[in-house]
Design a protein around this ligand. Structure first.
Ligand code: ELG
Length: 283
């Protein structure tokens, strides 16, 4: 996309595991769109910067302050939840996941969110100035939410983190990381033969790797004709912020000749990659 203004959400994730009354851990990570920018490991006092621009436009003092707030929060959260677990007789082990963040829009507008999941199901959100149960949250949660809402100091801190700190950090990151976010990395593609799906049948594999951003189109073709039997795997992450995809086609051994794999990606500027199956390699 050229020139069209786009939005890149900034997401902070918290993963808290409560194994039993004594063993717990909490990890945090932050993403700007598809790129991980920060990591905050359980034992660590400091937030780890994963990109040269992860500081955004925050001063060292602002990072100190934020790290301090989050450090206090992490230990209070763990203690709170252990207390709730007793009060609500919640059975270990359980997982809590938080997803919080914001997205800046053209002008000065921005939108923030904070959602909490218990055992993988959305149960609580922060809306405006209060914690609120999710529409179909279990009733036992209301007790916890009532308690949480009594702490005005915490509500005010959450509100200011969501409505001030988050958009400021996100826009600074966006400015500093823009070229990396908007970069285009071309895929490499290659063909191979998969495990035989049956007698006289072949599995043709087309591998596409190293591309950025994520959207990609890959099809097995006969000439100009899409092969609708094409099976697309999941787009999987490589370790270097690029993506990988495998696309397969099961065919009768005699029909493999004349097939090709076509790759369309924004980095290729309309010059699709086309790889032809070499009939002599198989059967
Ligand atoms: N408050 C100390 O989530 C998500 C980012 C939140 C950052 C807010 C940080 C505020 C904080 O650390 C804890 O509060 C005391 O000290 C504050 C100043 O540092 C203020 O003076 C405050 O008034 C004072 O009370 C406070 O202990 C807080 O409760 C920590 C955890 C808050 C929280 N709880 C939470 C609970 C979140 C999601 C779901 C649940 C219930 C789930 C139940 C499952 C069993």
């Amino acid at each position: 996309q050229t020139g069209s203004p786009r939005n890149f959400p900034f997401r902070c994730l918290q993963i808290s595991s409560f194994a039993n009354t004594t063993w717990t851990r909490t990890d945090g990570l932050a993403w700007l769109w598809e790129l991980q920018t920060h990591a905050w490991r359980n034992g660590s006092d400091s937030i780890h910067f994963l990109k040269p621009w992860s500081r955004g436009n925050f001063s060292p003092q602002q990072w100190e302050d934020l790290q301090h707030i989050l450090g206090v929060y992490r230990s209070s959260f763990t203690r709170d939840i252990q207390e709730f677990a007793i009060m609500l007789s919640k059975v270990y082990p359980f997982e809590l996941q938080l997803s919080a963040g914001c997205e800046a829009y053209p002008g000065n507008a921005s939108e923030s969110f904070l959602h909490v999941a218990f055992q993988g199901t959305h149960v609580v959100s922060f809306q405006g100035t209060y914690w609120e149960p999710a529409p179909d949250a279990p009733l036992w949660l209301n007790r916890a939410i009532e308690e949480l809402n009594k702490d005005q100091g915490t509500r005010e801190m959450v509100q200011s983190l969501l409505s001030d700190t988050c958009p400021q950090l996100a826009s600074g990151l966006l400015e500093a990381g823009k070229s990396e976010l908007e970069q285009q990395v071309k895929p490499k593609a290659w063909l191979s033969q998969g495990p035989s799906p049956g007698s006289d049948r072949l599995q043709l594999e087309c591998h596409v790797s190293g591309f950025y951003p994520k959207p990609v189109w890959v099809m097995w073709m006969r000439g100009e004709q899409d092969q609708p039997e094409t099976q697309r795997g999941d787009v999987l992450p490589n370790a270097d912020d690029t993506w990988y995809l495998r696309v397969t086609l099961d065919v009768a051994a005699g029909e493999a000749a004349g097939l090709s794999c076509r790759v369309k990606h924004s980095s290729l500027g309309g010059q699709d990659i086309v790889l032809h199956w070499d009939g002599s390699r198989s059967s």
